[in-house]
Design a protein around this ligand. Structure first.
Ligand code: NDP
Length: 315
């Protein structure tokens, strides 16, 4: 198979990847963008986006990502429906390989591989995956119409998932390990106003039970305290919403990562530890993780890559 040569390889879609592609293609870098496992990224798994500027009435995550994608195609970005499986950043041009075994030889790279939902690490999560355990209410909520579900977590994601599920399920439990919700004020208020959402504070999940699928969860309340209490709650679905892990495994040993696996960039730029490789979006952002901040870093990465290529006389 013939090598694919490009001035700029963008790994990953989502707001960061597509924005980088829009800027880079308008600068005539003719970028090649690999969309990855989940074209459009995490926003395609969410419902309404109300906080992205320019959409006063809100929009659907899926539609917004489709708009981003079409905008990058309009300026000539080449979008490949595939996954980058290997990278070699030891020298330039960088040699990467995709899931069909094709080599991509790139003068510069922007990594926008995003992040994915975390699990608690219980054996039962594996046992019942697809049989009542999910990390995406918008993907799987439909199966729980008029049923009882639980959402684990107390942040904005957990509240968003619980609110979404509350319009389908008959009852939603939120399993929160602290005695308060970490979510924003607006989200907290919305959750508290929903009659069919019950928050189980100071509770941790010990396990799940059921014959052919989830039929209930075993919880411990006030763990390690005098009034520690174990109890079971019958449920049909168990949704995880406890944060995210960056998708950076293939960059281990190639780029400097922090203890959680996020790519370290040289602020205020998007430069990584390897000259010519830049990072944008959630894979390099443990703090903000918003669509708008991701898009912002995607823009910065494209400008950084362009400057790098000009300075290296590659343009
Ligand atoms: P967060 O890190 O904000 O919240 C994670 C939640 O999961 C916390 O309540 C945390 O508990 C809990 N948790 C973590 N690990 C465990 C565990 N092992 N067992 C039990 N509970 C656990 O993640 P989110 O995904 O909610 O949000 C990430 C970022 O994205 C935030 O900045 C958020 O504001 C933003 N966001 C914004 C949205 C919007 O504006 N529409 C929607 C969704 C997310 P504890 O508090 O005890 O640590």
């Amino acid at each position: 198979m013939e090598d694919k040569k490009t001035k700029l390889l963008i790994i990953g879609s989502g707001p960061a990847g597509y924005t980088a592609a829009i800027y880079a293609s308008r600068a005539n870098l003719q970028p090649v963008l690999y969309e990855g496992h989940q074209p459009g990224g995490q926003l395609t798994q969410t419902t309404e986006i109300e906080n992205f500027p320019g959409y006063p009435e809100g929009t659907l995550g899926m539609e917004m990502m489709d708009d981003f994608r079409r905008q990058s195609l309009r300026f000539g970005a080449e979008i490949v429906n595939g996954i980058i499986t290997k990278v070699d950043f030891s020298k330039r041009p960088f040699v990467c390989e995709d899931d069909s075994g094709r080599r991509i030889v790139a003068e510069s790279v922007i990594v926008c591989t995003g992040a994915q939902a975390k699990y608690l690490g219980l054996d039962d999560e594996e046992k019942y995956r697809g049989l009542g355990v999910s990390a995406c209410a918008t993907c799987d909520g439909f199966f729980y119409r008029k049923k009882v579900v639980a959402v684990v977590g107390g942040g904005d994601t957990a509240c968003e998932e619980a609110l979404y599920l509350s319009s389908l399920a008959s009852k939603v439990y939120m399993v929160v390990r602290k005695d308060y919700l970490r979510a924003s004020h607006t989200m907290k208020r919305r959750v508290e106003q929903k009659e069919n959402i019950e928050i189980l504070f100071k509770c941790n999940t010990v396990g799940l039970y059921g014959e052919d699928g989830v039929e209930g969860m075993s919880l411990v309340r006030n763990k390690g305290e005098e009034n520690e209490e174990y109890f079971n709650v019958p449920i049909d679905g168990f949704f995880l919403a406890i944060g995210h892990k960056p998708n950076t495994d293939i960059f281990k040993g190639q780029l400097d990562l922090d203890a959680e696996g996020y790519i370290i960039t040289k602020s205020p730029t998007t430069a990584t530890s390897v000259p010519g490789v830049f990072a944008a979006g959630d894979c390099a952002d443990p703090i903000y993780r918003q669509a708008v901040t991701s898009a912002g870093t995607g823009c910065r990465a494209a400008l950084d890559a362009e400057k790098f290529l000009v300075d290296a006389n590659d343009l």
